[in-house]
Design a protein around this ligand. Structure first.
Ligand code: NAP
Length: 257
């Protein structure tokens, strides 16, 4: 497919999991993809190599996010600028995917200030400032897609702080869509349900009963795969999604309808 030919995308947390599937899909659709990651060099190299082996274009960008206010975000964009310069391309992009995030489960009685702050820093503050600093590099007519979560509507006491950190992104999406519409930029969020990625590996691997019960809560009767979510992001990033903005799209297979 070449729906994204000539486009440039950056995917935060794009080396593995849902972000890895998004990077792979956008590259397969023709975009040059900057694959951001935090620390695992091997996973980033593997994703870039797989994209290239498939005839695509990808570049790994390393920057640990969420720790010190602002530092990781500035480093991410510095490295993006440097990588573009090295390739002889302008430091500009068409598609920004705010995917990076962390889930630290816990009921209100179990939450610690450290865990709460870590989730808010990585899940909420980071996409806000990645987008803020990315805006001058984002071309008119571009796309911002942010990974929220179906937990914002499921009322799961075990994930109260995580749900709060993602609910803020739903509001971010609507408000930013209004501001960026004047530049022809669409801003949307995608909300996966339970998806088969590393953080869920213990449930899928070690607790078949729990995994089956979770799958049964989806109208479509199974766990999501990263590629399921990547397809929805690709729609919003591609020409067919051009008239959709300010929306939060559920990509949970109909979790608890
Ligand atoms: P994941 O597998 O844990 O994501 C891993 C990616 O994020 C890797 O590229 C990793 O880089 C990067 N990363 C993690 N922490 C980082 C940090 N502090 N700084 C920089 N990079 C960091 O996550 P996922 O399960 O695919 O989820 C992706 C997004 O979807 C998240 O926002 C999550 O909240 C949301 N979501 C997931 C599910 C689900 O069931 N999986 C459901 C709803 C929503 P390194 O490998 O180098 O550390």
């Amino acid at each position: 497919m070449t729906t994204l030919a000539g486009r440039t995308a950056l995917v935060t947390g794009g080396s593995r999991g849902i972000g890895g599937a998004i990077a792979t899909r956008l590259a397969a659709d023709g975009a040059t993809v900057y694959v951001h990651y935090g620390s695992r060099d091997a996973a980033a190299k593997e994703t870039v190599a797989a994209i290239e082996a498939n005839g695509g274009r990808a570049v790994a960008i390393k920057a640990e996010l969420g720790a010190d206010p602002g530092d990781g975000v500035a480093l991410l964009w510095e490295r993006f600028d440097a990588a573009c310069a090295e390739r002889g391309e302008p430091a500009e992009l068409d598609i920004l995917v705010n995917n990076v995030g962390v889930t630290l489960p816990g009921r209100i009685g179990e939450a610690t200030v450290a865990d709460f702050d870590r989730m808010m820093a990585l899940n909420t503050r980071t996409p806000f400032f990645v987008t803020q600093q990315g805006l001058r590099r984002l071309r008119d007519g571009g796309r911002v897609v942010t990974l929220s979560s179906a937990v914002t509507r499921l009322a799961l006491p075990d994930a109260i702080a995580y749900a709060m950190s993602k609910a803020a992104l739903d509001v971010f999406t609507v408000v930013l869509a209004k501001e960026l519409g004047t530049r022809g930029i669409t801003v949307n969020a995608v909300s996966p349900g339970w998806t088969d990625t590393e953080p869920n590996a213990p449930v899928l691997r070690d607790d078949p009963g729990a995994a089956a019960a979770i799958a049964a809560q989806a109208a479509l009767g199974r766990f999501g795969q990263p590629a399921d979510v990547a397809s929805v992001v690709a729609f919003l990033a591609g020409p067919d999604g051009a008239w959709v903005t300010g929306q939060v799209l559920d990509a949970s297979g109909g979790m608890r309808l």
